[in-house]
Design a protein around this ligand. Structure first.
Ligand SMILES: [Zn+2]
Length: 345
């Protein structure tokens, strides 16, 4: 697929104003600690506090977050000028999605052992900070995408978190917080399409927006994978174990174009989880690196060509080999850089 050059033929600034800048944030970013507005290249959202200490031998690959940025810089996919630093998500921002009780308990360490087991994480001050910066990063990616057309965080995608409890390595639902913020921060309720291609169903996000017509949840996931008890998204596509690149890509292509045409979102939030990869320890599908790259390119190009801005999060990915995993997570940023270039953004 090629970009619609006719749309992108104006100067960059005019095009942004014309294509993405209508009724947006008028140049203000509310959730940035450091703004790199001097760079006209793809915005990448990262904070050094996306990471925290975990007990040794914990199976969550926490160390992957700084390594994603490391590889993007080392491989000259991006430069440091492209890195935007998000603010910590305030309690007020989080309360758009999470219950008062849950936030008070989670922020202050009043989470019992059973609740901690369900999340997969022992509670710590560090994990609270990490989750709040990660959520701030997704919110900033959404804000920046509305102005620049495309923005990518180096974390995010904690889609199993519910309003009043955490689950499956997810403590705060960053996608939901960002969608709700974008929804509510303009007089006209902006519409958000959440494209969740993590191998696991986005059950928390589906639950949160089940009665919210201005947020559409689209999840493609492996039916036999976690969570056992699925929620109902606006569109769920459950695929069988062992699916390979070709069938997977055609499944996504069967639905994304008509969703964009009929729902007409103001923003796509894209969860580019890499756990559908054949080597993933928790996925059950058989996508290759090339398949993930084609998938990410397709999603971003299709939306951007339709004039819809995209903010991406990295979603799930599980491997003991942190560098291999971080490289796999950097596929979405590499694909985004290609979209940015090809579409003349
Ligand atoms: Zn996952």
């Amino acid at each position: 697929m090629t970009c619609m050059k006719i749309i992108f033929s104006q100067t960059r600034r005019n095009r942004i104003g014309g294509l993405f800048g209508v009724a947006l944030f008028s140049g203000r970013f509310f959730h940035a600690e450091l703004i790199r507005s001097e760079s006209s290249a793809l915005p990448v959202i990262h904070h050094s506090k996306y990471v925290c200490e975990l007990p040794s031998n914990h199976r969550f690959p926490m160390a992957k977050f700084p390594r994603v940025l490391h590889f993007l810089l080392q491989d000259q996919v991006i430069t440091e000028e492209q890195v935007w630093i998000p603010e910590i998500a305030s309690k007020d921002l989080l309360s758009g999605v999470h219950s008062e009780d849950y936030l008070n308990n989670f922020l202050n360490g009043r989470i019992n052992e059973q609740e901690q087991r369900r999340t997969g994480f022992p509670w710590s001050e560090g994990i609270v900070q990490r989750c709040r910066y990660e959520t701030g990063g997704t919110v900033l990616a959404a804000e920046v995408a509305l102005q620049r057309g495309l923005a990518c965080s180096t974390a995010g995608g904690t889609h199993h978190a519910f309003p009043s409890y955490g689950s499956g390595f997810c403590l705060l639902n960053d996608l939901a917080v960002a969608a709700k913020y974008i929804n509510d921060s303009s007089p006209r309720k902006r519409k958000v399409l959440i494209v969740d291609l993590d191998v696991h169903q986005g059950d928390g996000t589906a639950f949160i927006f089940k009665e919210e017509p201005s947020v559409f949840t689209f999840s493609v996931h492996c039916g036999k994978n976690f969570p056992i008890r699925k929620q109902q998204s606006d569109l769920d596509i459950s695929v069988d174990d062992g699916m390979e690149d070709k069938d997977y890509l055609s499944t996504v292509a069967d639905h994304l174009p008509w969703l964009l045409q009929t729902f007409r979102p103001d923003l796509v939030l894209y969860d580019a989880g890499v756990d559908p990869h054949w080597e993933d320890e928790l996925g059950r599908l058989r996508l290759t690196d090339q398949g993930l790259y084609q998938r990410d390119l397709y999603v971003m190009k299709t939306a951007v060509s339709a004039g819809v801005p995209v903010a991406t999060v990295i979603g799930g990915g599980y491997s003991r080999d942190i560098d291999k995993l971080a490289l796999r997570h950097s596929i979405v940023h590499r694909a985004a850089s290609e979209v940015w270039r090809e579409c003349g953004m």
